[in-house]
Design a protein around this ligand. Structure first.
Ligand SMILES: *[C@@H]1O[C@H](CO)[C@@H](O)[C@H](O)[C@H]1NC(C)=O
Ligand SMILES: *[C@@H]1O[C@H](CO)[C@@H](O)[C@H](O)[C@H]1NC(C)=O
Length: 395
């Protein structure tokens, strides 16, 4: 039953109306019904569910790491945790089977080469657990990646880091900086690299400009710039920010949320982020041609998300994850290692239209902001981040 709870957080929207889950969460199941009109196909529901899990995780991370740069690639974390969920009790598994094909399809579709996302997600298990081989086979069949047994020590470290690097085209290096904890049975590793390609190219790249930081002198950072750049835009007075949606290739978009003031406290904005909110928002933004200025992003970020799962209401599950189909012995989740790397480049496959006059509007991302990368076809949240100081970012 406890394992069921984690599945619920990850994939509740799969069950329209949530009747399969009603005994363990009637309240949420009722609330989910409001999504039904917005997300009608199984793929859209799955995209929304995975995204909401991502937004919740981001909120937990952003509030724990106040006033810092933070980043996540939710689809890759979800891939790791759903592999783990396959080791849960039989009832949980029966439900999982119903959505597995869709989840596999979603992961495959968001990893299409044109979208610029590569991910790696795998489970690592202590050899001291009496492991059930069926679990290894099952996960390999469903996800094409076999969980691994740890040998102990630095050999594991190298092997894990090499595997993640290989899966991400050499972009996510040194995911782990120290060996996995020896005493805890189950660990997940997920890495993601994103290099989105704009539809419309930027004429200028690397122009040094001021970026305001809270409570300090501005920092000089490289920016991309282009006049008459086509975006979709809107202002949200409740959230005191201006939003721009910038189109990327292969049906991917970047949404930038730029607070009106120079502040690192984006709590109100962070609290409002849900799949439904972003979907509604995307329908209200209006096309505009702007003078667009965007910091060149080149970042890497890694963290252990395990302590955050408690903030997501999973403390009971963490205490007793009930992974009966992984091992006959009680197994605990020791770490949920995650590392992301992201880069932007000025290239695009179209030139902006040559307008008779310069754009009247400008959208200048020169102070702390929040952004997300969304796959428009499925609505899946590929990447999310808060930038408070681009100067502190490094690969
Ligand atoms: C951030 O802003 C919210 C709402 O304005 C406020 O309640 C909260 O105390 C602020 N947090 C910090 C750390 O200043
Ligand atoms: C899960 O474990 C239970 C109990 O050990 C077993 O009866 C069941 O067949 C397993 N299910 C799968 C799909 O491996």
């Amino acid at each position: 039953m406890l394992a069921l709870y984690t599945l619920k957080v990850l994939i509740i929207c799969m069950e329209s109306g949530g009747d399969m889950l009603s005994d363990s969460g009637g309240e949420e199941a009722g609330a989910e019904e409001e999504h039904v009109e917005l997300f009608t196909t199984p793929a859209a529901k799955l995209g929304a569910a995975a995204s909401d899990f991502g937004y919740n995780l981001f909120r937990a991370l952003a509030s724990r790491e106040a006033a810092t740069n933070v980043f996540l690639a939710p689809v890759s974390v979800t891939a790791a945790l759903t592999q783990l969920a396959m080791g849960g009790s039989e009832r949980a598994q029966r439900q999982l089977y119903r959505i597995h094909n869709t989840l596999k399809d979603l992961l495959a579709s968001v990893r299409a080469p044109g979208k610029g996302l590569s991910t790696a997600a795998r489970i690592y298990l202590s050899r001291r657990l009496r492991l059930k081989q069926e679990f290894f086979t099952l996960v390999e069949q469903q996800y094409g990646v076999r969980p691994k047994t740890l040998q102990g020590g630095t050999k594991d470290l190298k092997e894990i880091n090499d595997w993640v690097a290989q899966e991400t085209g050499g972009k996510v290096q040194s995911l782990l900086t120290k060996p996995l904890p020896r005493n805890t049975g189950v660990n997940t590793v997920s890495g993601a690299y994103f290099k989105g390609k704009w539809v419309t190219r930027f004429g200028q790249n690397g122009v040094m400009e001021n970026f305001q930081v809270e409570g300090g002198a501005p920092v000089r950072v490289p920016m991309m710039q282009q006049d008459n750049y086509p975006v979709k835009m809107g202002a949200d007075s409740d959230l005191s920010c201006t939003i721009a949606q910038i189109q990327m290739q292969d049906d991917v978009s970047m949404f930038v949320f730029l607070p009106d003031d120079v502040t690192t406290n984006m709590t109100v904005l962070e609290e409002s982020l849900t799949a439904e909110f972003v979907q509604d928002l995307s329908m209200t933004l209006l096309p505009a041609q702007v003078f667009l200025t965007l910091p060149v992003l080149r970042l890497s970020y890694s963290t252990d998300l395990q302590p955050l799962l408690g903030d997501l209401g999973l403390s009971d599950w963490l205490a007793d994850p009930d992974l009966e189909n992984i091992s006959t012995q009680p197994a605990k989740l020791g770490s949920v290692n995650h590392k992301v790397v992201m880069e932007t480049a000025p290239e695009g496959n179209q030139y902006p239209s040559v307008a008779a006059s310069p754009a009247h509007l400008s959208y200048r991302v020169d102070r702390p902001f929040l952004y997300l990368i969304r796959d428009e076809a499925s609505g899946a949240l590929l990447f999310i981040g808060r930038v408070v100081n681009p100067k502190d970012l490094a690969i």
